[in-house]
Design a protein around this ligand. Structure first.
Ligand SMILES: *Cc1c(COP(=O)(O)O)cnc(C)c1O
Length: 413
């Protein structure tokens, strides 16, 4: 035995009383039927793949355009590793800005038709890092009640005063702006371009009008709209023709773009400011070169293969129409109506939703149950997302399984 040998691992660690409150909460989730185990993908992210040892039709990923496993993104990553290695070695501001990082930022800025762009490690850090750094404690944030968690966390970190308006209720947002009319401080109006749990589109244009009238900064989080909405997938801001009216455009590289990361687009000064003040940019290491290279290849595909986005929408229309005809509540009754490939099947009860999701996996469909606190209590759902790469045969088979399983479980008459 060498002197470095560690104590052997034991199967079960003794329960330490200072951690007992976590165990109690997990037990409560088990009692409610909302506790889950992670499902493990055993091959590449694709329309048909293996989770937990089972071959399934995959309706659960954000891989809208099939780019996660696209040969050109793979090749770009491999070439970047061969040339530049696997890590950047530092945060961007110290020694970790590689030529590929700059190329990607320039490419995104050109694609979006804005002055400049900064790439973050994720969409989450892009939102949280931006909101928290451009506002301070004397300022106000006006935020849609269904905005993404990363916006909420960024708002809290900023210590600005947070005013939450009812979902997509531009009139309510205006009331809140009026209430603070005589107070000093900057105002930020912020909305998701596409809401991630319901798939409806934010009122970007009307909020821009409001921001203009009240002198507020306008910010849109286009994580689920990047690669999906707008010309060549430029996002909801482009879809509404508001490129030069939105001060801060956030997007993700982790969904339709197929790799990992988030970005902020806007004026040269906004980006320069974020280079100096956004904490995830300053304090967390930049992407490996392979990630930047894959993303550059993905934007080439968006520019040159618009047919992928057309296929995505054709598949979406077909899938949603079939679900509606089968009698599913896919939003539009007690929840917002989807306008994008995000397709919720609303079931309401958390336990039933998780049971349905498990039964679907056994029958050959991967569709994740989403329950409180990710969605409001009583609005539990299965969330399906179509991609451009699902064939009609795969979609039909998935529809058959969704329907027959729901009928067998008494979820559909
Ligand atoms: C997924 C998502 C994010 C986070 O993006 P990541 O790149 O996965 O960190 C931010 N905002 C919204 C609306 C999202 O749906």
């Amino acid at each position: 035995m060498t002197s470095t040998a560690a104590t052997p691992l034991e199967d079960s660690s003794p329960q330490r009383p200072q951690m007992a409150h976590l165990t109690a909460q997990l037990d409560a989730m088990r009692a409610q039927g909302t506790h889950f185990k992670l499902r493990v993908l055993e091959d590449a992210q694709a329309p048909v793949c293996r989770y937990d040892g089972r071959e399934v039709i995959n309706l659960a990923s954000n891989n809208y355009l099939g780019l996660c496993n696209h040969p050109r993104l793979r090749e770009a990553a491999i070439a970047a590793i061969a040339k530049f290695g696997v890590g950047s070695g530092a945060v961007r501001t110290i020694a970790g800005t590689m030529r590929l990082h700059m190329e990607l930022e320039e490419k995104i800025a050109r694609f979006k038709g804005v002055e400049a762009c900064v790439v973050f490690q994720s969409g989450f850090t892009a939102n949280a890092g931006t909101v928290s750094s451009i506002l301070g404690k004397d300022d106000f944030i006006l935020s849609d009640e269904l905005n993404h968690a990363s916006i909420i966390d960024g708002a809290r970190l900023s210590r600005a005063k947070i005013k939450v308006f009812r979902h997509k209720d531009v009139g309510h947002c205006e009331e809140l702006l009026k209430e603070i009319a005589d107070q000093p401080g900057h105002r930020l109006v912020i909305t998701d371009g596409v809401f991630s749990m319901d798939g409806d589109i934010g009122p970007v244009k009307d909020l821009c009008d409001l921001a203009d009238r009240y002198g507020a900064i306008m910010m849109v989080d286009d994580a689920h709209a990047s690669g999906v909405l707008g010309r060549h997938g430029r996002g909801s801001v482009d879809h509404f023709g508001c490129t030069h009216r939105v001060d801060v455009q956030v997007g993700t590289l982790s969904k339709a773009i197929g790799a990992l990361g988030g970005y902020v687009c806007g004026s040269r000064d906004l980006i320069d400011y974020l280079y100096h003040r956004a904490r995830p940019f300053l304090f967390s290491t930049s992407h490996p070169p392979s990630v930047a290279a894959s993303c550059i290849a993905a934007f080439d595909i968006l520019e040159n293969e618009p047919e992928r986005i057309e296929r995505l929408w054709t598949n979406t229309r077909y899938f949603q129409e079939q679900l509606r005809q089968a009698g599913f509540d896919i939003g539009g009754r007690s929840t917002p109506r989807s306008e994008t490939p995000i397709t919720p099947i609303i079931l309401g009860d958390g336990r039933k939703t998780m049971e349905y999701s498990r039964a679907l996996l056994e029958q050959g469909v991967m569709a994740t149950g989403i329950v409180f606190p990710t969605v409001p209590e009583g609005k539990a759902r299965i969330r399906c997302i179509m991609t451009s790469e699902h064939t009609r045969a795969q979609t039909d088979q998935a529809l058959e399984i969704l329907t027959s399983t729901a009928k067998r479980m008494g979820l559909l008459s």
